[in-house]
Each structure stands twice: as C-alpha cells, then as structure tokens.
Design a protein around this ligand. Structure first.
Ligand SMILES: Nc1ncnc2c1ncn2[C@@H]1O[C@H](COP(=O)(O)OP(=O)(O)OP(=O)(O)O)[C@@H](O)[C@H]1O
Ligand SMILES: [Mg+2]
Length: 463
C-alpha cells in the first residue's frame, strides 16, 4: 500500500504528540524519568525516511525531552534523559546515512538497468531472454521483427513453442539446454521461421547464460544475427569470382585470336604482296631491259603500295600513333571518323580538354573503351546516330557516349555476363574501376543507350 505525503505527515505528528504526551505524563504525573523512550524512535525513523527537513524532528524531540526534564522534574536521572536525547540525534544520523547509501545504490542499479534495457531494445541483433524453465521473459524489437510476432504473443511462452525448429528443439543440439547444462557459449547456424512473412530466415544464433546476484545461472540470452544479406553477398561474390575467371580465360582467348588474326593478315596480305612483288621482279630480271614493259613496274609499285597501306592500317589497329602524337581528344575524333568512314556511323563529337594532361595508360584504356562502345552500336543498337562528349574538370576526364538505338534492359547486364554472353561492358567496368574511375550505363528498350564514364587523369591502381 502506498501512503500519501499528507498521511505520512499526519502519522508523524500523531507519533510526536504521543511521545511528548507520554513524556509529560511520566515527568509530571508519575514524577519519574521516562522509561518508554523507544517510542521516540518511531517518529524519528519514519521522518528520516519520509520527510525532507526531517532533522527538525530528532532535534525537537531531544530538546523536548531534556527541556521537560529541566522544567518539570529536577531531581533524578537527568543524565539518563540527556543520553536518550543524544541517542535520538545519533539514531537519526545513522538512519539518514543508511538511507543515502541505499538510495544511491538504487539509483546506480536503476541507471545500470536502464542502460541494459536501452542496449537490449536498441540492438540491431534480435535478442531474447529465457528463464531456467525455458520460457521467454524479454524480447527486443529486432527479435519481434525477426519472428514476425508481437511482444505479447511471445512473453511467457516456451522457447520451443515459438521456434518450433525440429532439427534443434528437444535435441542435443538445443543451445539453451547446453547452456543450462553448464556450457558458457554456444553458437550455431539455423533457420528461424517468420510468422508474418511465412518464410525461413537464415540466422547465426549465439547463446550465453546470465546469472543472479547469488551466482546461480538463472537463464539464457539468445542473440540472432540475420544472415540473409551475408548469404546474398557471398553468393554475389562467388558469381563475381566466376565472372572474373571466365573473363580472364576469355581475355587469353581474345589475345590468342587477335594474334592469329594479325598473323593471318601478315601472311595473307603483306606476305602475299611481297611474294608477288618478288616474283614479278624475278620475271623482270630474267627479261632483257628492252622487253620490260612499263605496266610491269606499275604492278610491282601497286603491290608495294598495297603492302604499305596494310602495314599502316595494322599499325593503327595495334596502337594508333595519333593517340601518342596528338592526345586523347584527337585520337577519339579520329576513331569516330573511322567508324563513320567504314560503317557509316555519324557522331556528334565535342571535346573540351587540355592536351597532354592524361596519363598514357588512361589514354589507351579510354581509346579501347570507346572502340568497344562503337562496335556495340554496330552490333546491337540498330542505329547510325551517336554523340560523344569529352570534358575534363580538375583531375578527372568525363566521357558521355550516347546512341539513339534500340537500347536494352541495363539491369539485366549482370545476368548477361553471368550467362557468358558478353564481356565487353563487364571488362570496361572492371578496368575503369581498377584505375579509380566510374562507369555507368543507362539504357531501356527503345530508348537508346547512354554510357557515362569518369576516370582520374593520372593512373592510380585500387588496392
Ligand atoms: N549500344 C547498345 N545498344 C543496344 N544493346 C546494347 C548496346 N551495348 C550493349 N548492348 C547489350 O548489352 C549486351 C552486353 O554487351 P557487351 O558489350 O558486354 O557484350 P557483347 O557486345 O554482346 O559481346 P562482346 O563485347 O563480349 O563481344 C549485348 O549483348 C547487348 O544485348
Ligand atoms: Mg560488346
């Protein structure tokens, strides 16, 4: 029962009046020292516990006891009443001290409990507390979310009723049993059923005991970590590793294919031309000078011209000198013109960047990237209209390459790569990321394709 402040005061006043009345009765009527001075302790103790300015009460009662003794009875046992009066103050002081100590311990306990409650309820991990009988006594918001159950649906229920996990509950694997049997820490991976979403969520469960003040193990705390995202990342990482593996073998194959193509070009064009030229010169050597016709020289000259042309175009294919002599802007313009000449692709070209600021590796990479993007337009876009913009701001080059072709679902790009259907764009993204740049592709069916690239002008590898 809670006693109100007014009632407390009334009780104390009544006890004081009673103590003082009994004092007067003993001193005046019976003419003797008061014997039942213990009565005084009751209002003193209650006042020290209940009132704020409680020191007035022991002081008043001490003064009353000694004063009434002096005024009304002067003969015997004064020292007894004096001693009793002193005890009132002493008892009051001791009780006050104990009260202060208890209050400060209570405060600390409340503070620790509120901190614990805060940590418990704010924890991102789902937390549950069970008592020794394995019924749930506390659950935080994350655990309610994980289980798809409200607090009132869970509190007081048996752990096995809520989890109903046949592979764990009631078996040797049950982490709660193991902890209650003496283990200090148990961790396991299992699936937790979510009532609301009607699905199983993969979780890592960690179980530890908690103790009462007397050192007895009085229950367990279960912590659940949702592994869904972790598993998803692991799966994506595996896919990514697979992609990289296929990319690397694809690159080796592509390199080999390119070598064979160059060897074939050297053989079929340069080799053939030189052999024919040699043959023709041999024929001319076997003829007398008077019989050599002018068109025989023309034939040899044509063959040499053709060879020079092939060598030049091979050189450009392997490594366009324009890239080194005039820089990235002019080289990309040349590339756009080349695709226009050879494939009829028109390109609205704009470039605003200082010459000679981009590192050699970045220049070569961006040249190859644009080559791949032009080839993609020819292969997939079904359009001949493109726009290429190059700008430089501070330490970055920004490239925008847009076509108004049939477009595609760019969100499916990842799957395309997984299915091993195309490496061009994946390769670009990886290589641009590697040098600390960014690659973004925006495309929807029938709405064209836009590629946005930014790279630092200086080469820096990523960790
Ligand atoms: N400009 C574009 N217009 C329409 N679709 C495109 C365009 N660029 C790419 N795509 C689509 O994206 C896919 C992936 O392109 P990516 O360059 O990675 O591979 P690919 O060109 O098919 O093969 P690879 O480049 O390995 O020879 C293509 O198969 C195509 O469907
Ligand atoms: Mg491609």
């Amino acid at each position: 029962m809670v006693i109100g402040q007014r009632h407390k005061k009334a009780i104390i006043i009544f006890l004081i009046v009673f103590s003082c009345g009994s004092t007067l009765f003993f001193h005046v009527v019976l003419k003797m020292g008061i014997v039942v001075t213990h009565i005084y302790y009751v209002p003193i103790i209650l006042a020290s516990l209940w009132l704020k300015k409680s020191f007035l009460i022991p002081v008043f009662l001490s003064l009353f006891l000694t004063g009434s003794h002096i005024l009304l009875r002067s003969d015997v046992e004064f020292q007894n009443d004096l001693l009793r009066a002193g005890m009132f103050v002493a008892v009051y002081a001791i009780i006050l001290k104990i009260k202060e100590k208890v209050e400060s311990s209570e405060k600390e306990l409340r503070f620790a409990e509120s901190k614990l409650n805060q940590v418990f309820s704010l924890s991102k991990d789902a937390l549950l507390m069970l008592n020794r009988e394995m019924s749930i006594i506390k659950i935080n918001a994350s655990a309610q979310e994980l289980l798809g159950l409200a607090e009132k649906e869970v509190i007081g229920r048996q752990c096995s009723e809520v989890f109903d996990n046949s592979s764990v509950c009631g078996s040797e694997r049950c982490p709660v049993r193991r902890i209650l049997a003496g283990a200090t820490y148990v961790e396991l991976e299992t699936k937790i059923g979510n009532e609301r979403k009607k699905k199983n969520i993969p979780c890592k469960v960690t179980v530890i005991p908690y103790w009462e003040a007397d050192g007895n193990r009085s229950g367990v705390i279960l912590s659940f970590k949702d592994l869904t995202a972790h598993k998803k990342y692991k799966k994506r990482l595996k896919q990514y590793q697979k992609k990289l593996q296929s990319l690397s073998s694809e690159l080796i194959l592509a390199e080999e294919k390119e070598r064979r193509r160059i060897a074939a070009e050297l053989h079929d064009q340069i080799g053939h031309n030189l052999a024919l030229a040699q043959n023709k010169i041999g024929m001319m050597q076997s003829q007398s000078a008077a019989h050599i016709k002018a068109d025989q020289f023309d034939d040899v000259s044509e063959l040499i011209k053709g060879t020079i042309h092939t060598v030049r175009s091979l050189t450009f294919k392997l490594s366009p000198p324009i890239l080194y002599e005039f820089g990235l802007g002019p080289a990309l313009k040349w590339l756009a013109e080349k695709f226009n000449r050879e494939w009829g692709i028109s390109c609205d070209f704009s470039c605003s960047m200082r010459p000679g600021v981009v590192d050699k590796e970045i220049k070569i990479l961006l040249f190859k990237v644009l080559h791949e993007l032009f080839v993609n337009v020819i292969k997939h876009a079904k359009t001949k209209i493109t726009r290429l913009g190059i700008t430089q701001k501070r330490k970055y080059v920004y490239i925008e390459f847009i076509d108004n072709g049939i477009g595609f679902d760019a969100s499916q790009l990842e799957h395309t790569i997984v299915r091993k259907q195309g490496f061009g764009l994946f390769n670009i993204r990886e290589r641009i990321n590697y040098i600390g740049g960014s690659f973004r592709i925006k495309s929807h069916p029938d709405r064209g394709t836009a590629v946005f690239i930014s790279t630092p002008i200086n080469h820096r590898k990523r960790g």
